[in-house]
Design a protein around this ligand. Structure first.
Ligand SMILES: *Cc1c(COP(=O)(O)O)cnc(C)c1O
Length: 537
């Protein structure tokens, strides 16, 4: 099948423009629908980019005025428009710089500001990420000497004051996003630590991690602007977490400190690519990223989508129900009792059950330790999890208590029909166990091995069903091409199959995409004449 076949999307709001984002490309990367409920999934590449950011990447991929002033014809500062957007987004920052990721930002801060001198840091903040990356090792690798202060659970302002001396390069404050120390704990307020550092005239560098530029009331998560307001000299953070942008490290703060970092030789080795700068700028100028949408999606709306999807799947013969769910900001959190072997809340990060769940999982926590967002999911038989993962596009759900949950908070609404088609295709592979009924009224089809009946109409679910002959046979038409075609066609033809099942009208393979324009998932209303009119020759 032709990968380029346009695919119509459906939602309760009607069809929306065809996606190109799930098309296969020249890379070996495979598109994945993130139905895990983990908004920032490390193994899936963290934040998906907005349409604006993708368009910017596309533009930047060609030749642009990246380092050129077109008016004068002279060389100009690389990525100046991205830097201007960042400065505009965070007025509290007098200086801004962008590097490859947050870890690079920390390394550069240490190399440029501390050199071979000491980095004073609390013992409670010496974190390791889930992928074995240890912050203290990074600091040492960057050339600094560690000067640990305090204890695991308690570090006081006095501990810092005692440690700061002539050999201090900088004081580092790390937001311990991936875990929480609770109980008998203490650490000085950031503003107090900043005042202390100002007294000693040593820079305070803050690793704030999450990528929030401003306070987000719904999250108990530090943000760059607040830290700068409290007097932190330089704040480092990630671009591909809650900001919802590309992988990069943002450095914001005092102009003199930022300048020292920018001019340090290491900065060339850590600099951000042109595609990154373009995506970052677009994300800053159009901040309504998929991450933000996932964070803000209303639970009622998610529940309605889950009901619609589950009802549609049931009509297609698949045992499915809409259930309440809990989404997470990231997969790196969770209590020990509820955590799998890779330190992730069971099933969340991997989309596979604990027994099988040894795959890579989210790296850093994002601060919202234990924080869950109410969500809604479609519950399917767990047997479908693997076929879904193997599908095209791949769908990653999470397996909980024998069910495969497809959590909709992390699925953009316009992908619901693609998800429906993917489930239909995977259901066929998973076998009859996940179908609601044995066939009662088989229809003859070209190459179906299995036919099940739903509401008196035939749904073809054979694994080798092919082509137009299958599509035109019988009084109702199947998700047949879903089995044999790429994701794009699968989406469309599955929609037709759904409508056909409901409407009891014949649909034709070649017209699947066009006919599907007429369908909405919510109502499944499809004028039979419209289908007939748009039938392929
Ligand atoms: C995520 C995170 C990092 C690492 O950021 P990268 O952009 O992945 O390098 C460092 N510190 C904190 C607090 C984080 O949350």
């Amino acid at each position: 099948m032709d990968d380029a076949v346009p695919l119509a999307y459906y939602s309760g709001d009607g069809p929306v423009p065809a996606p190109t984002t799930l098309a296969r490309t020249a890379t070996g990367l495979r598109p994945v629908i993130n139905a895990t409920g983990v908004i920032l999934h490390g193994a899936l590449g963290r934040a998906p980019l907005s349409a604006a950011a993708r368009a910017a990447v596309d533009l930047a991929a060609g030749t642009t005025d990246l380092e050129l002033d077109l008016r004068t014809g002279r060389r100009d500062r690389r990525g100046r428009t991205a830097l201007a957007a960042l400065a505009a987004a965070v007025p509290a920052a007098a200086g801004v710089h962008v590097v490859n990721n947050n870890a690079a930002g920390l390394a550069l801060a240490v190399a440029a500001l501390a050199g071979r001198r000491e980095v004073v840091v609390s013992r409670g903040e010496l974190v390791e990420t889930a992928d074995g990356f240890r912050l203290p090792e990074l600091l040492v690798a960057a050339g600094a000497r560690m000067r640990e202060v305090g204890t695991t659970n308690r570090t006081t302002l006095g501990d810092y004051a005692d440690a700061i001396g002539p050999d201090t390069g900088l004081v580092l404050r790390v937001h311990t996003a991936s875990y929480q120390v609770v109980g008998f704990t203490d650490s000085p307020a950031i503003s107090d630590l900043a005042a202390l550092c100002a007294d000693f005239e040593v820079p305070l560098v803050g690793d704030c991690g999450s990528g929030l530029l401003h306070p987000e009331p719904m999250l108990a998560e530090p943000d760059v602007s607040s830290w700068l307001g409290w007097g932190v000299g330089v704040v480092t953070t990630s671009g591909d977490k809650l900001l919802g942008g590309p992988q990069c490290g943002l450095l914001l703060g005092r102009a003199d400190l930022i300048d020292r970092m920018r001019r340090h030789p290491m900065s060339r080795a850590l600099r951000a690519g042109k595609l990154t700068l373009a995506a970052l700028e677009a994300t800053l100028r159009h901040p309504d990223s998929p991450v933000r949408q996932a964070l803000r999606a209303r639970p009622e709306r998610l529940a309605a989508r889950a009901e619609t999807l589950a009802a549609w799947l049931r009509r297609a013969g698949i045992a499915a129900s809409a259930v309440a769910s809990r989404a997470l900001i990231d997969g790196g959190t969770g209590s020990a009792a509820d955590t799998n072997t890779c330190g992730c809340r069971r099933g969340y990060a991997t989309g596979v059950d604990q027994a099988a769940g040894r795959t890579a999982c989210g790296a850093w926590g994002f601060g919202c330790v234990g924080a869950e967002l109410p969500s809604a999911a479609v519950a399917l038989d767990a047997m479908i999890a693997a076929p879904l993962r193997h599908g095209e596009p791949a769908v990653l759900g999470r397996v909980e208590q024998g069910c495969c949950l497809l959590d909709l908070r992390t699925v953009p609404a316009e992908l619901d029909p693609v998800l429906a088609a993917a489930v239909l295709a995977a259901a066929t592979e998973a076998g009859a166990a996940i179908l609601t009924d044995a066939p009662t009224e088989p229809h003859s089809t070209a190459a179906a091995d299995t036919v099940v009946t739903v509401s008196g109409s035939a749904v073809v679910s054979g694994s080798a069903v092919a082509g137009a002959s299958a599509m035109v046979s019988g009084s109702a038409v199947a998700g047949a091409s879903a089995m044999v075609s790429g994701s794009a066609v699968a989406g469309a033809s599955a929609m037709v199959s759904g409508s056909a099942v409901l409407g009891g009208v014949p649909a034709v393979a070649g017209s699947a995409v066009a006919a599907a324009d007429m369908v909405t998932v919510e109502s499944m209303a499809i004028p039979p004449t419209a289908v007939a009119d748009r039938r392929a020759p």
